[in-house]
Design a protein around this ligand. Sequence first.
Ligand code: TGC
Ligand code: FAD
Length: 396
Amino acid sequence: MSTSDATPRVDPADYLDVDRLLTDDERGIRDVVRAFVRDRVLPDVADWFEAGTAPRDLFPELGRLGLLGMHLEGYGCAGASATAYGLTCLELEAGDTAIRSMVSVQGSLAMFAIHRWGSEEQRRAWLPRMAAGEAIGCFGLTEPDSGSDPGSMRTHARRDGADWVLDGRKTWITNGSIADVAVVWARCAHDDRVRGFLVPTDAPGFSAHRIHRKLSLRASVTSELVLDDVRLPADAALPGVASLRGPLSCLNEARFGIVWGAIGAARACLESALDYAGSRIQFGRPIAGFQIQQQKLARMALEVNRGLLLALHLGRLKDDGLLAPEHVSMGKLGNVDAALDVARTARQILGGNGITLGYPVMRHMANLETVVTYEGTADIHSLVVGHALTGLDAFR
Ligand code: TGC
Ligand code: FAD
């Protein structure tokens, strides 16, 4: 029983007082990233989005803050907890999904692949430079005819003496045109197994072509990769895995970041809507005073806080070594859907102003249309959860 007479109060910025569930270290990292987003992302992000330019010069800054591959151990990586990494993703995506994507692809996809499945030489060659933001990585799994079903990939690798020769095409590859190294997944002709290859992007036969006219993730580089008889030495293959388990294990890491990141985007939309509704006067009073708007705001706050608790729970499971891929699927499915609902509702609360880049909501809403599709669509994650519940595979 409480010994104090004071009634606890609600803080609209942290409605359920989730802050008290974090450690001092986690709060410290969260505050550093929040300040970085405030100072280095928010002032320019609308211009980046409008111009369709990606802030490549942020890489070394993210590296100096220790945010690239931050949940990995050794090789210049910070060795932070999964929860600290999740909080980082949340704060970055509150700025823009593109910035969280930069960090996800670098740390959870490209660096994780090398860290988890690479040789000692490959780790030493790439990870310290990637952690510092001096080298950029991308992750090539998706192909024009092979998206949700990566097992149908056509990109292949054949042996020629000791060398490997890669042919094929990857598409929708984040950071593809600015990368120094591409982690490319290919089916091997000699044994029909999927392996990962480290392809330096200056290798003869490799080219990357930026995809233009995107209406989502405009502050992020997205590219097609073409591999035309790319000859690589024997040690270009990641030796630790020869199955789809390789790329899918990396996706677990990046999807975990999205569970958190989506709530960052949603929080930014809620804050914008609250602010706007409190100052926009119609019919002689702030629209925040109308019941219909309060109902919307209450539901948005519920989604943001429920999503944050879900993310934190998954973070604690991951830190305890208990997180299953099926947990991550439920988190990605639930939190991205919730964030999209919050963003769409916020956009309506802002009326006509809501469709401009003067406010963050439509930018987040457009970005979330990518987030619900990449790293496994909502349908695919529903099927993963459905399989976990029923034991029946409904993919095929
Ligand atoms: P299936 O036959 O079930 O499994 C094949 C092998 O993989 C293993 N496995 C996993 N391993 C680790 N983690 C997981 N989540 C795994 N799921 C399956 C499995 O044990 C098996 O291993 P082995 O050793 O026996 O061979 O595979 P399937 O072909 O039936 O596919 C299952 C399915 C549909 C869930 C999977 O293909 C899938 O997740 N599809 C979605 C594809 C996807 O998410 N693509 C994302 C591309 S990367 C991206 O979008 C980056 S965006 C980055 C950004 O900008 O932030
Ligand atoms: P498809 O797989 O063709 O799906 C089309 C529709 O069919 C979807 O609604 C899907 O849910 C549905 N569907 C598919 N299979 C089933 C089924 N069995 N049952 C029911 N419905 C089904 N990929 C990378 O490898 N690396 C990257 O860095 C990367 N970055 C990306 C960045 C952006 C901006 C975007 C948009 C995508 C990126 N992707 C990347 C690709 C992304 O992972 C794919 O777009 C995603 O996996 C879906 O594949 P698809 O687009 O081919 O859609």
